[in-house]
Design a protein around this ligand. Structure first.
Ligand code: PLP
Length: 450
């Protein structure tokens, strides 16, 4: 019985009878779910052998695709055989030393100190604890167009509506708007946008009192909330405000870290900016095992050399996950995965441009590296099929179903969808995915009102 192949129906029935889904009501989510039986390269296959190209790297995390490099398998196997687990408060492992040195080499500036957890939310939770202990201040600023994770603190940091279910949440978090509000513009060009949104941020800080604010958390390139790269000068401006006020700058690199944007970290697109603390997960090991981390600069680490960090967990610094990260990062560096992202960045842009030129329902797109999103419109007034946090629209539901039927998996969010393939994708695979999108958008165009 153990070796019998389960049918899709059996699997979905068990999902409904014996599991609960994240975020969405279980029944509806289970009914829509794809079954992944096998992953290979940038593709995965369901129980019937149907092939899907992965255009969202699952949760923007399977950056090395679905074939685990032999080096990673070997490293994990060896770690399991040598030291599978070590109590993090009292016992250290050679792999923890090796990975920490490698990360210190990879990170710019004096981000030399690393603390390991099990995922992105926990990394942000840890950073929240650190900034409060380091500064002795309580408040934390974060942005509305953001996602930082699902634990209480990280969820409170989060600006998007996923926060609402956990309200009132943790105390002390104040949200502010980023350079790209939904309904108005801070200016007509990048510089004006950057300067006006910084002016507004300064004003928020004045109202809250700089001496009460421990940190500003931000995604250096916003992920699920719209693939938004900061306008020129914005991150530099935030850095300057932080320097003037003693507020710590925390960059959430969970989604955009480790190459997604074409630079090793999203903040490196803004030359010269070095955050005080960086949180990371996902791409740190291609999501082959659950791992997150917090990195910090020397002066922050100096504090915690003498004072407790005030947090810990059983799976902190789990040696097997660390081994997977070390091997995955070595693989990334050896195989020049970043170069592949840089090479394909203009190809992705031109493919997105092609969709826009051919489909009236494509309002626009944004992309950086292999991080892309397409915004859809239902009419020539530019109105979205689904407004911010609005209910499903039948035309978008149909598009989603068609995309899936045609063998492409990606994430849809309201009136947009993402093009975030594994960073190891080839140009022909990228074009293959866009051919599917092209075909399906032709049907969506029938719903366009002139
Ligand atoms: N921060 C960002 C920017 C993310 O995109 C995510 C997840 O999508 C998280 C934090 C939370 O990470 P995790 O789901 O590993 O807790």
């Amino acid at each position: 019985e153990k070796d019998r192949k389960l049918s899709r129906e059996e699997i979905i029935t068990t999902m409904k009878e014996n599991t609960l889904f994240s975020w969405n009501p279980t029944e509806a989510a289970a009914n829509k779910a794809l079954v992944m039986e096998k992953g290979e390269g940038v593709f995965f296959y369901d129980t019937n052998g149907k092939k899907y190209i992965d255009f969202n790297s699952q949760a923007m995390c399977s950056n090395l695709g679905h074939t685990v490099p032999e080096e990673v398998i070997k490293a994990v196997d060896q770690q399991l055989r040598s030291a599978a687990y070590a109590y993090p408060c009292a016992i250290v492992t050679p792999i923890k030393a090796r990975l920490s040195k490698l990360l210190a080499d990879i990170f710019p500036g004096d981000i030399n100190h690393f603390y390991y957890v099990s995922g992105g939310a926990e990394a942000n939770e840890t950073a929240m604890r650190m900034v409060r202990l380091f500064t002795g201040r309580h408040k934390i600023l974060a942005r509305y167009r953001s996602y930082h994770g699902a634990t209480l603190g990280a969820m409170t940091l989060t600006g998007d509506p996923r926060r609402w279910n956990s309200e009132p949440g943790a105390s002390g978090v104040v949200h502010f708007m980023d350079p790209y509000p939904l309904s108005f513009k801070w200016g007509d060009n990048e510089e004006e946008i950057a300067q006006n949104s910084l002016k507004y941020l300064r004003e928020v800080i004045d109202y809250e009192g700089a001496k009460n604010i421990a940190a500003i958390f931000l995604e250096s390139v916003t992920g699920t909330n719209g693939i938004l790269r900061p306008p020129k000068g914005y991150l530099e401006g935030v850095r300057q405000i932080c320097d003037e006020t003693g507020i710590l700058m925390v960059c959430d690199e969970v989604m955009n870290g480790f190459g997604r944007t074409g630079e090793m970290f999203g903040f490196m697109n803004s030359k010269e900016v070095v955050p005080d603390i960086v949180t990371m997960a996902k791409g740190i090991n291609g999501a082959f095992l659950p791992l997150g981390a917090v990195g910090c600069r020397d002066r922050v680490a100096d504090h915690f050399k003498k004072n407790p960090i005030g947090i810990g967990s059983t799976y902190n610094s789990h040696p097997v996950t660390l081994a997977s990260a070390y091997a995955a990062l070595e693989y990334m560096l050896k195989n020049r995965v970043l170069d592949n992202v840089k090479t394909l960045e203009p190809v992705l842009k031109s493919l997105l441009e092609g969709l826009k030129s051919r489909h009236p329902t494509v309002k626009g797109f944004r992309s950086i590296g292999l991080f892309g999103t397409v915004e859809l419109q239902k009419n020539s007034k530019g109105e979205p099929f689904i407004p911010f946090n609005g209910p499903p629209h039948p035309a978008i539901t149909q598009l989603q179903e068609e995309v899936s039927k045609n063998g492409l998996y990606t994430l849809f969010r309201w009136s947009s969808f993402f093009t975030n393939p594994p960073l190891v994708i080839t140009e022909s695979e990228l074009r293959y995915g866009f051919d599917i999108l092209d075909k399906c958008l032709t049907n969506l165009d029938k719903h366009f009102e002139k």
